[in-house]
Design a protein around this ligand. Structure first.
Ligand code: C2E
Ligand code: CA
Ligand code: CA
Length: 783
């Protein structure tokens, strides 16, 4: 039936097409009217059959376009019918389906580009239907002439634009090949109506597509999605099933609280907290929060939840986006722990766990600030503890034991310091600092040093060894000694060194002892040039044999003949040199001049040894020993004409190195004396290991031995012990005859002191020797 109508239509069109040329109007009219009446019904039927056809909406877009093209082509008796859809950018039209009536076949269509056919695209945008009778001359279609219309011989066309939201998104197109056609109003209406149908189909397609997209998203996303209504899960996606560890049906019907522990991590009941989020959601606020959920196996996990409420079918429905952040939380937790550890490490000493130097400065500046604010009388005390002879513990028992000792000690000290309201810090090595604020310290500041000494006295048991510890403590006070933590620490350090060098146990900072005070700093600079400018002088003090009275030797004592200050005693400038490299050139100078004195006396016929004093620092390397060896060999000096005096403290810092250098000196045949005996950490068993020949009893014992019983006992026993070790004993600082006699009675070997002679310049010493020729006789003969 369609074919028949189509055939008639075709005929009518042919007549119309020829109209402009040679038609008989009456015939035309009849034909048209028949066609119209017939076509109206055909169009209606076609349209109805299309909208009723399930396949239009159920099958693919391609298939529905094919159905529509074909049925309309037949209804319109058009040569070609096609459906075009716009591409993504609406700048191109792609042929979806092209039906060729003559062959009853579909062909693949072209692509039309807005840039090539701007007039045509413009017409599409502005019109609902383009009814081009003569395509080649019609302004709306003439664009298409060369590349499209002429090759295909399309003479007329009727286009309906397809639109979505006002924009052209396709074209339904009918074309007449080889003939022209006037498109009737009904044809135009019909095409426009079908165009609307295709537009709808395109919208549906779009919806299906987006729904598919959403479905894919819902099914395949890694985030769990849960849909709630009436307080229970109505649906969950596979990701949510995976997160909760169950099948969809096991989760649907459960409440959010069923899948949560009773309480959240902040201690709030889950139910209460969930209700508050739901309420806020209902007020239109999207909620994003962290939540502890529970898997079906009872295991808790941390989730990040985004909750939205919408009205669906008159009901409040909630969409919950559930992200399992357990891994992230674990990582965050681990990162936080690591960070904490790093922070702790940055602020604490790794061995003892005590706060470190940076924390000390922080703490002291806070303490000084708070003291300044509160009370003029308040003070901050900084006590620097340096363990005595800790190096020996390390050297003899090993570093591992040394570390254990430090740990045990720091625990005990820390407890005690905290007890009385202070804070303890470890500066490193065997140095600790205790800080007290007079406002919060439970003890008077004056008592602190003895409290700390007391605490240290408790012997420490490590690895079955009993270790006795002692410390030198330096004390600095804010605001008296310094205004900031660095200055205070420096002062405490000065005080501590003073305590250590003077064997005092502890010492409060005194600017007199501070090598860094201005006078001393200026002196250091001057001293450097003093060595080169011959401002140094050696004085000589003799010592005699107590039984024979003969001169047994002399001690070289350094003086600085300062241009302004006069004769400066060594006590005032030696410590400056000992703290720097200056001690090396200085000792070298003393050595050269001591040897010069030996030579000078030899040339006068005196065979008297010269003793030079050697500092601790001279024994830390082999420089001095090397110089001694060189000068003895170069000048061919009898080695026992030079003597070395060392104090016990010289051996404390680097005992092994010091002993090595002493052995080297001793092997040259140079006698070594231990000086100031009794003031150091005198342990005779230790002395036994040293290559000593002489022991000099410190003048502090000699001075009072006649009046002080204990000093007398010490002198006595020292003489005995020294003799047991085959050492010659020299008593220093003998100022009166009685003492000299007493020493002789005690079997002391030799004496030195003001009674015999004060230290003298080389010239004075020459004269003295001459005056005491009887004493020097034996020596003179020996030469
Ligand atoms: P020291 O080695 O114990 O020297 C003895 C010190 O006691 C000398 O002080 C001397 O003048 C003093 N003296 C001697 N007899 C008496 C006495 O009867 N009564 C009193 N009250 N004092 C007496 P001086 O010369 O001031 O030397 C002090 C210290 O300086 C020396 O003590 C020594 O340790 C050190 N020293 C001196 N010269 C040198 C040197 O060339 N190099 C080094 N490294 N140290 C030196
Ligand atoms: Ca000496
Ligand atoms: Ca001495």
């Amino acid at each position: 039936m369609f074919t028949a109508i189509g055939a008639r239509f075709k005929g009518a069109a042919a007549i119309i097409l020829q109209n402009g040329v040679s038609l008989r109007p009456i015939e035309l009219l009849i034909t048209i009217s028949i066609a119209i009446s017939m076509n109206t019904a055909t169009f209606e039927n076609t349209y109805l059959s299309l909208i009723k056809n399930n396949r239009i909406f159920d099958s693919s877009l391609h298939e529905s376009a094919a159905i529509i093209a074909k049925q309309c082509a037949l209804a319109l008796s058009a040569s070609r019918a096609s459906v075009w859809v716009a591409g993504e950018t609406n700048s191109k039209l792609h042929c979806l389906s092209l039906y060729i009536t003559e062959t009853n076949c579909y062909e693949s269509g072209a692509v039309l580009d807005r840039e090539i056919y701007p007039g045509y695209f413009e017409a599409l945008a502005n019109e609902r239907v383009i009814d081009a009778r003569v395509t080649l001359t019609d302004l709306r279609t003439c664009d298409l002439a060369e590349s499209y219309l002429i090759p295909l011989d399309v003479r007329s066309l009727l286009d309906a634009t397809l639109r979505h939201q006002g924009k052209v998104n396709g074209v339904l197109c009918f074309e007449m090949v080889g003939q022209q056609r006037d498109w009737t109003r009904e044809e135009q209406v019909f095409v426009a109506s079908v165009g609307d149908l295709v537009s709808q189909r395109l919208i549906v397609e779009k919806l299906i597509r987006s729904e598919e997209k959403y479905k894919a998203l819902y099914e395949h996303t890694n985030d769990g999605i849960g849909i709630f209504g009436d307080s229970v899960f109505k649906d969950v996606n596979p990701a949510a099933c995976k997160i909760f560890g169950g099948e969809r049906h096991e989760i649907i019907g459960k409440t959010a609280v069923d899948l949560s522990p009773e309480f959240q991590s902040d201690g709030q009941p889950s139910l209460e907290k969930a209700m508050s989020y739901i309420q806020k959601c209902l007020n239109g606020e999207t909620q994003n929060f962290e939540w502890t959920h529970k898997r079906l196996n009872g295991e808790n996990f941390q989730a990040d939840i985004t909750l939205n409420a919408i009205r669906l079918a008159g009901k409040d429905t909630f969409f919950s986006l559930i992200r399992d952040i357990t891994d992230r939380k674990t990582a965050e937790h681990q990162a936080a722990i690591a960070q904490e550890k790093l922070e702790f490490r940055a602020a604490h000493d790794t061995l003892t766990g005590l706060q470190n130097r940076e924390q000390l400065h922080e703490h002291v500046s806070q303490a000084t600030q708070s003291v300044q604010k509160t009370n003029n009388e308040s003070k901050v005390a900084l006590l620097l503890l340096d363990l005595n002879r800790f190096k020996e513990v390390n050297d003899t028992l090993g570093h591992a034991t040394g570390d254990k000792v430090l740990v045990k000690l720091s625990v005990a000290l820390n407890e005690r310091v905290k007890d009385i309201g202070g804070s303890l810090f470890r500066l490193g090595g065997d140095e600790f600092v205790a800080v007290f604020n007079s406002d919060t310290c439970t003890e008077p500041l004056e008592k602190l040093e003895s409290i700390l000494h007391q605490c240290l006295k408790t012997t420490i048991d490590v690895d079955d060894v009993n270790i006795e510890l002692s410390a030198s403590i330096g004390i600095a006070i804010f605001p008296d000694n310094g205004k900031d933590s660095h200055e205070l620490l420096r002062c405490a350090d000065v005080a501590m060194y003073y305590a250590k060098n003077n064997n005092n146990g502890s010492s409060w900072y005194d600017s007199q002892n501070d090598l860094n005070n201005k006078r001393r700093l200026a002196m250091t600079v001057e001293l450097r040039s003093a060595i080169n400018e011959d401002q140094l002088v050696l004085y000589f003090q003799p010592r005699i044999h107590l039984q024979t009275g003969e001169i047994t030797g002399c001690e070289a004592l350094l003086r600085w003949s300062h241009p302004k200050l006069g004769m400066v005693p060594p006590g005032e400038f030696l410590p400056l040199t000992e703290m720097s490299e200056l001690i090396h050139p200085l000792s070298e100078w003393v050595l050269q001049n001591a040897i010069r004195q030996v030579e000078r006396m030899l040339s006068s016929g005196y065979h008297i040894p010269v003793a030079m004093n050697v500092s601790a620092r001279n024994l830390t390397d082999s420089r001095l020993a090397d110089s001694i060896e060189k000068i003895i060999l170069d000048k061919n000096i009898q080695p026992d004409l030079l003597e070395i005096e060392i104090t016990e403290s010289a051996l404390i810092n680097h005992p092994q190195r010091a002993v090595k250098n002493l052995e080297k000196i001793n092997q040259l045949g140079i006698p070594i004396a231990i000086d100031d005996f009794g003031t150091g950490y005198s342990s005779l068993s230790y002395l036994k290991k040293l290559p000593l020949s002489t022991l000099k009893i410190d003048q502090s014992f000699v001075r009072d031995m006649l009046t002080d019983e204990s000093d007398s006992v010490i002198v006595d026993s020292t003489i005995n012990l020294a003799h047991n070790f085959s050492l010659t004993v020299v008593a220093e600082g003998v100022e009166d005859q009685q003492t000299l006699d007493e020493l002789a009675a005690k079997d002391c070997d030799q004496a030195q002191g003001f009674l015999i002679a004060k230290p003298m310049s080389a010239d004075d010493f020459d004269r003295w020797l001459e005056n005491n020729a009887n004493r020097s006789q034996t020596r003179r003969l020996a030469s």
